[in-house]
Design a protein. Structure first.
Length: 354
C-alpha cells in the first residue's frame, strides 16, 4: 500500500500565518501538523508516500526532506492550483500505479491512530473505505449517508439540508477502482474535481464503498482556535523532562518539557507545557497548555494556553491567553503615553484592552 498526503491549498482560514508558511507546517507541541500526519502513515507500515504540494512545496520539502528521518520514502508531486481532491489522485496516477492507497489530508490530526480501520480495509478491500465522524454542523463538510451495515448509500458535498451528521474527515482508503471514477467525473460548480463525486460514482455502479466511524480524537487544524485546542489535547498526554537549564529561582509545576539549550531564569512554568530548544524564559510566568518554539525570548511576561513559533520575542506583556504568535514576531508593551499602536496585516484578528 502507498499513501497520498495532501499538502497544497492556500489555508485562508489561518491567515495571516498562511501568507508566509504552509498551514501544514503550523506546529502542534512544537512539531508540524504534517509531521504528525506522516508519523500516523508510518505507523501503518506504509513507506512509499506521495506528498501533493502547491507553490509552497520548497518550504515543505525543506522541513520534511526526503522522508528518511521519519522512515519514509517521499515523492513530492506538484499541483499547479487547488483543483479538488480527486484531481490530486489524477496527477498522482503514475506514482500510485495499481496499488491500494491511503489518501490523507495533511492538516488533519488523528493522534489516536487509524490502525484498526486500516486493518479492516486490508482484510475486506472494498473499492473505497471512508472515515467519518459525527459533527454538530455537517453543512461545512462532505456528508455520508450510510446503512446499518456501514455501506455508503449516498455522499453529498456541503449539503444545505444534511440528511446525516456523519462528516468525511479527510482520510480515505482506495483500491485502484478509484482511478476509473476520477476519470469519469466532471468538475463541480466550484470548478473542482470532488472526491465525493468520484466515490458517489462508485456507489451508483454498485461498487463496495464502506464508511468507518472514527471514535478517536479528530481535529481539522484549519483555524487558530482549532490549532490551540489540538495543542491542548496533545499536551494533556505529556510526560515532563528537563534537558535544558532551570535556575534555583525558578519552579516547574506539572508536566513540563525543557528542551536542550533552553534556559529558565527566575520564572514559573505550569504544565503541561513545552519550552523549545535555545529559548530563554526570564522573569516570566508560563501557564498550562502552552508551547514555546525554538530560539524564543520571553521576558517579564505572563501567558497561558498559547503557542509561540520559532524565534518569537515577547517582552513586558501580561495576560496573554489563547494567542498564536508567529515566527520571529516581536510583541512588547506600548510606550507610557496612554495610547496603543498596532501594525496589523491582512485578515488579522486583534483583541486589546478597552
Amino acid at each position: 500500500m502507498k499513501a497520498l498526503v495532501l499538502s497544497g491549498g492556500s489555508g485562508t482560514r489561518l491567515r495571516p500565518f498562511s501568507y508566509s508558511m504552509p498551514k501544514q507546517l503550523i506546529p502542534i507541541i512544537n512539531k508540524p501538523v504534517l509531521e504528525h500526519v506522516l508519523e500516523n502513515v508510518r505507523a501503518l507500515g506504509i513507506v512509499d508516500v506521495g506528498v501533493i504540494v502547491g507553490d509552497r512545496g520548497p518550504q515543505i520539502a525543506a522541513v520534511i526532506g526526503d522522508g528518511s528521518r521519519l522512515g519514509l520514502d517521499i515523492t513530492y508531486i506538484p499541483q499547479d492550483a487547488p483543483r479538488g481532491l480527486a484531481h490530486t489522485v489524477a496527477i498522482a496516477r503514475d506514482f500510485l500505479g495499481e496499488d491500494d492507497f491511503l489518501m490523507y489530508l495533511g492538516d488533519n490530526m488523528l493522534p489516536d491512530g487509524i490502525e484498526e480501520i486500516a486493518a479492516d480495509f486490508a482484510a475486506e478491500r472494498p473499492a473505497a473505505q471512508l472515515l467519518v465522524h459525527k459533527v454538530a454542523d455537517p453543512r461545512a463538510f462532505g456528508v455520508a449517508e450510510i446503512g446499518p451495515d456501514g455501506a455508503v448509500e449516498r455522499l453529498v458535498e456541503k449539503p444545505a439540508v444534511p440528511r446525516s451528521d456523519l462528516a468525511l474527515i479527510g482520510v480515505y482508503f482506495f483500491t485502484p477502482a478509484i482511478h476509473e471514477a476520477v476519470a469519469a467525473i466532471e468538475p463541480s460548480t466550484r470548478g473542482e474535481l470532488e472526491i465525493t463525486d468520484a466515490v458517489q460514482w462508485l456507489v451508483e455502479r454498485g461498487a463496495a464503498v464502506r464508511a468507518s466511524r472514527y471514535e478517536g480524537y479528530w481535529k481539522d487544524t484549519g483555524r487558530v482556535e482549532d490549532v490551540l485546542e489540538c495543542n491542548r489535547r496533545m499536551l494533556d498526554g505529556l510526560e515532563g523532562r528537563v534537558d535544558g537549564d532551570v535556575d534555583a529561582a525558578s519552579t516547574l509545576t506539572g508536566a513540563v518539557i525543557v528542551e536542550a539549550g533552553a534556559r529558565i531564569v527566575g520564572s514559573h512554568v505550569v504544565g503541561p507545557a513545552v519550552i523549545g530548544a535555545g529559548t530563554l524564559v526570564e522573569n516570566s510566568h508560563v501557564g498550562p497548555h502552552t508551547t514555546i518554539g525554538r530560539d524564543c525570548v520571553l521576558s517579564d511576561t505572563r501567558l497561558a494556553y498559547s503557542i509561540t513559533l520559532d524565534g518569537a520575542t515577547v517582552r513586558g506583556v501580561s495576560g496573554l491567553h489563547g494567542s498564536l504568535i508567529g515566527r520571529s514576531a516581536t510583541v512588547g508593551p506600548a510606550e507610557a503615553t496612554g495610547r496603543q499602536r498596532l501594525v496589523v496585516g491582512d485578515h488579522t484578528h486583534v483583541e486589546v484592552a478597552a
